[in-house]
Design a protein around this ligand. Structure first.
Ligand code: NAD
Length: 321
């Protein structure tokens, strides 16, 4: 039986990943500052603790694991990453976690380590055209991420890759592009656009209005959680280290995303564009490399994933109305 460690197992992607690994027959240990918010963890063992602390890491990564998935990070949506207020914490906290973990991964000679980087590493100057952003893997350098979150991810990619070169730690690195789905943060300031949109629409009255940050012409793509996990597991099975994009290439403007959710809700709601934290003008996953190396591409439309996510958030919102 494969022995697996998931760091960030109380978070959105981590809690789904633990379920998937359990379904696949693995023995799973999880660690996080918190338990999953919306359903009990599926992990066989779960350590509640702060991975910035050496003593906690000593309890978490204390033996050989076939696979380690490093998803723990201080992160959130645009309202958390792009206001500037959390920059120091984001850089310090996530870098500390990665430095602590890589040391122990070497000590116990883990079989393979997966690191979740982000599309936020890509240079701002390649993402100013909302219709034609460039996020191919080889466009990462010369680097100019538009957030400290992106800089920390780029540093940690290089950290893991240097340990692969100098200490023979087998690593796999993915750059996630906006992963969404049920059981993700949907309120409180750390939520991402798909969840925020679903919440606003679910809370709005028929005939009402929702607010959308910016002019709404900024573009993004969004990948459903199950598709993301399939790609991650394929990357782990492959001989390819990455970094590789894991995302959808179905690009949509934020106003059109809002309209899609409104349509799913069946309500009549208008969109009001207001000023807010934004990030780059356009972003889309470039999937050429992952198709070439892993033969992977998303199998379902954005609409299908948004329907499932809207239904789930609508259920969460109801008791609050
Ligand atoms: P999440 O915030 O739901 O999960 C991250 C988890 O890390 C949280 O549960 C948090 O409690 C935990 N954590 C933070 N600091 C910790 C600490 N000091 N000690 C222990 N645990 C700590 O985020 P997610 O959406 O599940 O993202 C998982 C990973 O994927 C993150 O590294 C994130 O940067 C990356 N990523 C996600 C997306 C996305 O769209 N969701 C996009 C790009 C990259």
């Amino acid at each position: 039986m494969k022995k697996v460690l998931v760091l960030g197992a109380g978070g959105f992607i981590g809690s789904h990943l633990v379920k998937r690994l359990k379904n696949d027959g693995c023995w799973v240990k999880g660690a996080d500052l918190k338990y999953p918010e919306f359903s009990p963890t599926a992990a066989d063992e779960f350590i509640l603790g702060d991975l910035r602390e050496q003593v906690v890491c000593d309890r978490v990564l204390n033996e050989y694991f076939d696979e380690v998935y490093q998803l723990a990070a201080d992160m959130g949506g645009a309202g958390y990453i792009f206001t500037g207020e959390n920059d120091a914490n984001v850089m310090h906290n996530s870098a500390l976690i990665n430095i602590n973990i890589v040391e122990r991964a070497i000590k116990f000679k883990v079989g393979k380590l997966f690191y979740s980087s982000s599309a936020c590493i890509y240079p701002e100057f390649n993402q100013s055209n909302p219709d034609n952003p460039n996020c191919s893997e080889d466009s990462a350098y010369p680097a100019q991420p538009d957030s400290e979150y992106g800089w920390e991810k780029l540093f940690s990619e290089r950290l893991y890759l240097s340990f692969q070169r100098n200490y023979k730690l087998p690593v796999r690195i993915a750059r996630f592009h906006n992963i969404f789905g049920p059981e993700g943060t949907w309120q409180g300031g750390k939520e991402k656009a798909p969840a925020a949109m679903c919440r606003k629409v679910a809370m709005a009255k028929n005939g009402g209005e929702i607010e959308v940050w910016g002019d709404g012409l900024q573009t993004r793509s969004f990948l459903y959680i199950d598709e993301c996990l399939e790609a991650v597991l394929r990357l782990m099975e492959s001989d390819f280290s990455g970094p590789v994009n894991i995302g959808s290439d179905e690009m949509i403007s934020i106003n059109n995303l809002a309209k899609m959710v409104i349509d799913i809700s069946g309500k009549s709601i208008s969109v009001k564009n207001i000023t807010g934290p934004l990030g780059v003008r356009g972003r889309n996953s470039n999937n050429k490399l992952i198709q070439l190396k892993l033969g992977w591409q998303p199998t379902q439309s954005l609409r299908m994933g948004m329907e499932i996510t809207y239904q789930w958030i609508n259920q969460q919102v109801k008791p609050q109305l």
